[in-house]
Ligand binder design. Sequence first.
Ligand SMILES: CC(C)(COP(=O)(O)OP(=O)(O)OC[C@H]1O[C@@H](n2cnc3c(N)ncnc32)[C@H](O)[C@@H]1OP(=O)(O)O)[C@@H](O)C(=O)NCCC(=O)NCCS
Length: 177
Amino acid sequence: MRSIEIRPVVEEDLEPLAALAREIWTDHYVPIIGQAQVDYMLERFQSVPAMRAQLAEGYEYFVVRDGERMIGYMAVRPEPQERRLFISKFYLHKSRRGSGTGRLCMEFLERLARQRSLERLWLTVNKENPSIRVYERLGFRIAADIVTDIGNGFVMDDYRMEKSLLSNPEASAVSAS
Ligand SMILES: CC(C)(COP(=O)(O)OP(=O)(O)OC[C@H]1O[C@@H](n2cnc3c(N)ncnc32)[C@H](O)[C@@H]1OP(=O)(O)O)[C@@H](O)C(=O)NCCC(=O)NCCS
């Protein structure tokens, strides 16, 4: 029986979360962007101090657990003015992919967005990341190219992907115009 638990991060989670992020990112991103950029991004975005700073800025982290084991994590930032939820991090350990946990996690984030009266999810994903197909399967569509300078000579060459949570987004776009 599935025993996946998703809960908000607590301080004691940050060290194991940073270790899990290092393992996932090294495995997944080194072939795409190289070791130097992965090391730089881990330090800048997924170190314990970096995550503490993000939490202080309004990011919300969630850990995904199976029993005692942390198997993944997510981070989001609500944007109430724009009625959007930015999905900043969405990661599962390699050994736990491809069996429906990602879909469960996305459903969790959709519920969270709806509870906060948000109408749209968005995220950025590297153009070479095979997870684009997963996001498409989960109802996202590519909305734009987005290239971000992250310093030290590195750029993130991404797609911006979006998913509307409105039952009939076309109708609402017409009525809003
Ligand atoms: C993205 C990620 C969290 C998704 O989790 P997951 O557990 O693998 O996803 P699921 O097994 O729930 O699959 C979700 C859907 O995508 C489909 N899917 C999975 N892999 C796929 C692939 N390679 N191509 C096409 N569809 C795929 C599944 O069939 C499922 O659709 P269905 O429920 O209609 O059958 C996980 O794969 C991951 O951590 N990837 C590496 C890190 C990463 O790139 N994160 C995103 C950073 S932007």
